[in-house]
Design a binder for this molecule. Structure first.
Ligand SMILES: NC(=O)c1ccc[n+]([C@@H]2O[C@H](COP(=O)([O-])OP(=O)(O)OC[C@H]3O[C@@H](n4cnc5c(N)ncnc54)[C@H](O)[C@@H]3O)[C@@H](O)[C@H]2O)c1
Length: 168
């Protein structure tokens, strides 16, 4: 399994659990919001030395190297910039990091036949609709670039997965 952003806050905990459940994890992170020491901590906690690529997942060539070198059966994707407030000040950085990674990674999944994709989205895509918030309820208009990238990502992934089901 490929974990992108797997040295970050949620990613590192998730990766530790997945490794403890005896799955091999390829961890890809560019360390823009994490530290390399987390890799050693994962090793210490799990007893398994993680396979790690320090790459930017928006870089198609570097990302493809992972798909060529390893049999990837699923992807779990955590690399978004995540601050709503900061996204208002730096919208193009948010659109670029959060959406290009989505396009490149989902394209890679289509090309390499990887049908299992877990995306770390946000409940904000559902606006203020009442619970329970089920996956098939309407996506609502969003109020900042961070949220927009989440809503757009939900659409990109739906289209890519549909393409995969129909054409492969
Ligand atoms: N933390 C929360 O409370 C929360 C809530 C809802 C959704 N989320 C979502 O969960 C995901 C992970 O959140 P987190 O809190 O663990 O964030 P985080 O910033 O701690 O982790 C993200 C990781 O991705 C890496 N990264 C960022 N851009 C990259 C790129 N282009 N290429 C390679 N690596 C890159 C960072 O270095 C970092 O290690 C995000 O998508 C976020 O929107 C988080």
């Amino acid at each position: 399994m490929l974990a992108t952003g797997g040295l970050g806050f949620i990613g590192s905990h998730t990766v530790a659990k997945i490794i403890k459940n005896k799955h091999e994890v390829i961890n890809a992170d560019n360390l823009i919001n994490s530290k390399i020491e987390v890799k050693d901590k994962l090793h210490k906690i799990t007893g398994i030395k993680p396979i790690f690529y320090q790459i930017n997942v928006t870089d198609e060539e570097n990302l493809e190297e992972i798909f060529v070198n390893h049999k990837i059966d699923g992807v779990i994707h955590f690399t978004d910039f995540k601050s709503g407030g900061e996204s208002v000040a730096k919208p193009s950085e948010y659109y670029s990091n959060n959406l290009v990674s989505r396009m490149v990674l989902s394209k890679m999944c289509v090309n390499y036949g990887v049908g299992k994709f877990v995306f770390s989205s946000s409940a904000t895509v559902y606006g203020d609709q009442q619970s329970p918030l089920k996956e098939d309820i309407e996506l609502k208009k969003t109020t900042n670039p961070y949220r927009e990238t989440k809503t757009m990502s939900e659409r990109i992934l739906t289209v890519q997965l549909f393409q995969m089901m129909v054409f492969q």
